[in-house]
Design a binder for this molecule. Sequence first.
Ligand SMILES: Cc1cc2nc3c(=O)[nH]c(=O)nc-3n(C[C@H](O)[C@H](O)[C@H](O)COP(=O)(O)O)c2cc1C
Length: 677
Amino acid sequence: MKLNKVLFITSFIPVIIFKVVARVGEATLTQAKVAMVIGLILAGIQFILSKRLIKYTTYLEKAFLGFLGFGTAWIYLTPVHISSLFVDHSIALLYFVLFLTTLIPQLFGYDPFTYAIAKQMAPERVWNTPQFRTINLHLTYFWSVIFFVNFLSSWLGHGNPLFSILIPLIIILGIGLPVVRIYPNYYLKRQFTSQPIDPSLFPDTAKELILRMPMGFCPEAAGDLKAEIQFDLSGEGGGKVALSISGGKCTVREGEALSPALTIISPADLWLKITRREIDPARALMDGFYEVKGDMNLLMKMGDLFRPPAKVKEEDLTQKGEKKMKILAIQGSPRPKVSNTEILLQQFLQGVQSQGAETETIYLKDKDIHSCVGCYTCWAKTPGVCIFKDDMAELLEKVRGCDILVYATPLYNYNMTSFLKAFQERLLPLVDPHLIKTGETYRHPPRYEVNRKMVLLSNCGFPEISHFDGLRHVFRHIERSGQIPLIGEILMPAGELLKNEALREKLQGVLQAAYRAGAEVVRDGRVSKETEAQIQKPIIAADELAEMANLWWDSHLQGIAQGKPQEGGIEDMRLLLRGMAAMFNSQAAGNLKATIQFEVTGKQSGNWFLSIENGKCAFHEGKVNDPNLTIQTPSEVWLAIANKELDGQQAFMEGKYTATGDISLLMRMKSFFGSAV
Ligand SMILES: Cc1cc2nc3c(=O)[nH]c(=O)nc-3n(C[C@H](O)[C@H](O)[C@H](O)COP(=O)(O)O)c2cc1C
């Protein structure tokens, strides 16, 4: 037994001896005088021994010494009728002194009564925990009540041993001591009541568990909290890991925090059990199984700051009850929502969703991502954490949490866009600086366990698939160095055709293949070669594409498509009709569905038609079956109308051009083609 426990027990001896010598219940004044001196001497010895041997004295020792000293003075210095009052009520007075001892110190900011005793039972590291203080305060007030009840019993019982000894003893032993034993556990359990968590949701090691904590971070609970939490986990599956909370975000890295507000020192397996709720954290702390330094309030807040790994929600499960696959698409087009990349990507993601997987698209254009500056801080000073506090911290967590990462980018200079390039460079914190050999090549090992796969999705302006050679090469390197399987290449040349209304039917094959690709990655684990080939198949011949592109650009450059022809007027009939399709006012047309055939004679003869459907107008070469309206005109007449040299209606009346079919459509044309008619 430890010395402090021995001294705690012996502290009762002076009072017991005093009472025995004074003869319980029937003390005479003489006996009491002798007993008082003996008790006082013993209490003095106890007090000195405690001071010398364990360097402190408990409130009990002080209370007993005070009581015996005060009692000695009382019975030696006061007249007989007053001193006999003390002798008759000595036990009641002892309870009263104890009652005052339990009530008064904490009111003046001193440690509560039970504190010193509890300190002898609990390890030093828990003395400053809020729970330790609160439990002691509650127990101290509880003892105040017990001592006061005992005082009343003893006083009103006029020293009768039944009331001054037996009943108080029953209260102390039957109620007081059991409550002291039970209450701390009861209090801690109530504070930390929690549902047991399915252990299968947790990683196998405590280190990995802490590395994943940012995924469960609750910014709402953190508010403007700025703090670092250092974990120092010993044993297998442990290590030093630092969490950093700032600006509503939480990042994690291996190594030491610069100035941790809280340090948790624990055996790794214990911490794993605590977070799995197999062990009560507060109880384990009180019992000294792990150690905490710094801000205890932060420790208490951790339950709010970090959600435990949740049981997969029903909406996150497939019909078969399996966990839904998470597909994260990183979209790198600088014109995110109206891009060809987006058309292709959305088809792909719909295919993914058709198989019950979950998708999220990140538009890099809308994100704040600083370029990597190559300082290697994320490798050296703060392993796993970049010096830039921008949106990338959040994206790194998303990347780590996804099953498939889709890199979606238009082709810029045979490569990815600078948005995607910046993103990719900033993935550096996810790898470790060392070089390891895998097969014949060297690579950086991943800092964290990687289970994801990746898909490359791109489109380019030119018709040749060879434009993607460089990009594919880059992704092959990424695949090998990261050991992240590239499970699909969705590459569409001549991607600008995706918005061409005239080619809508021909585009169906590509769009359906992109959709199928999405379904395949979830269902089969990769995009089939046939599907990839279908997406790469030319929609139109390369020459035709070049001609269309040039026509489009010319109508733009000449301002026709914008309704602002250049000075000198419009000279090309085909360009004019192409431009009319581009400047089409969909609002004025409403839900009109029609085809307008132009049969052009004169210097620039030819057949072209415009088709209007779903608020869009497309320009086509050639003749259409059953047009709603056919306009037969010499090119010179229609060009003169477009250049405002002729009034359209008057020219029609004068028979300079003819129209057959729906003439009301001819009348409405000005409203949706504006100045070109
Ligand atoms: C700066 C720049 C560089 C480009 N480089 C290429 C290229 O190397 N090869 C190619 O075929 N198309 C290239 N293009 C064309 C785009 O890849 C093409 O217009 C694509 O459809 C744009 O996709 P988006 O709508 O998703 O942005 C380039 C376009 C820009 C603006």
